[in-house]
Write a protein that binds this ligand. Structure first.
Ligand code: PAF
Length: 284
């Protein structure tokens, strides 16, 4: 496994990779979720290229940039273990050279839900992902469905900027309790972690209702809200049921595929999770 720490080294090493390349961009603190992306990339591409970069521009002021978990040695071992061919692990000044002033913004999709709670977050994500695509020129990029809005933003930028990279969304990986895996779970105390399982429980309850024919948007949102609100340590940021493509909030009877998503704070951690509610082809 090759390790590149500068843009130049990465470009040189990338040029040696023959065949298709699957890119797995990460901010490190790798867990089973990241590993599942690497495995999928390896199954579908000749090489996997992973990046490890805690991107300062996607953290809003007052967020956890400085405290974000960093574990380079363990991360490199995980990449090696998963058969990664090349890891790009640049310092900040490589990705944001002195005076860099160009940003990528995908517009309205960036300003709602996560974008409303975390101003500037998606511009930071869109900018760094565009740069990583430019440096690594992958065939495909692999991203987790846990960050559903991020996945939409990245699909949009790849399409709008004609980047020629296929964006692949991969399933959410969960702990046994149902808690979606996230590097930020490391912030949870045991008590918070136990209560945080309510996110997936709430989503599952609503999903079961949906599968049984329940279509009222407010009722579906309320089911998730009630399950989470019953946890004394939970501070709900939002429960959303929105059109899967535009993220416009659903109203009344839901007739199209929809994204049910939540953001909840537990102590120092802000957790997100979601479920896609699909309209069966027979009732379209
Ligand atoms: O999902 C993440 O870990 C980050 O947002 C990403 C895509 C690596 C960009 O920094």
């Amino acid at each position: 496994m090759l390790i590149a720490r500068s843009v130049e080294e990465c470009r040189e090493a990338r040029a040696q990779l023959v065949g298709t390349v699957g890119l797995v961009p990460t901010m490190g603190a790798l867990h089973e979720g990241h590993r599942s992306l690497m495995r999928r990339a390896l199954a579908e591409c000749d090489h996997v290229l992973a990046t490890i970069f805690v991107n300062p521009t996607q953290f809003a002021p007052g967020e956890d940039f400085a405290a974000y978990p960093r574990s380079e040695e363990a991360d490199l071992a995980a990449c090696e273990d998963e058969g990664v061919s090349l890891v790009f692990i640049p310092p900040v000044e490589e990705m944001y050279p002195e005076g860099a002033s160009t940003t990528v913004s995908v517009g309205e999709l960036s300003t709602i839900l996560e974008g409303a709670s975390r101003p500037g977050h998606f511009d930071g994500v869109a900018t760094i992902v565009t740069k990583l695509f430019a440096v690594t020129t992958p065939t495909r990029g692999y991203f987790g469905q846990k960050d559903a809005q991020q996945l939409l933003v990245i699909r949009r930028l790849a399409r709008d900027l004609l980047l020629g990279v296929e964006v692949v969304g991969c399933p959410i990986i969960r702990e046994e309790s149902g808690l979606a895996m996230s590097s930020r779970n490391a912030y949870l105390t045991d008590e918070e972690r136990a209560q945080a399982a309510a996110l997936s429980r709430g989503l599952r309850t609503a999903e079961t209702g949906w599968l049984g024919g329940l279509r009222d948007a407010a009722t579906l949102r309320q089911m998730v809200h009630d399950e989470i609100a019953a946890q004394p340590l939970a501070r709900i940021d939002y429960v959303s049921l929105a059109d899967e493509e535009t993220l416009a909030e659903c109203d009344g009877r839901v007739t199209r595929d929809a994204l049910l998503s939540v953001a909840v704070r537990f102590g120092k951690a802000r957790l997100i999770d979601n479920a896609v509610l699909r309209v069966p082809p027979t009732s379209r």
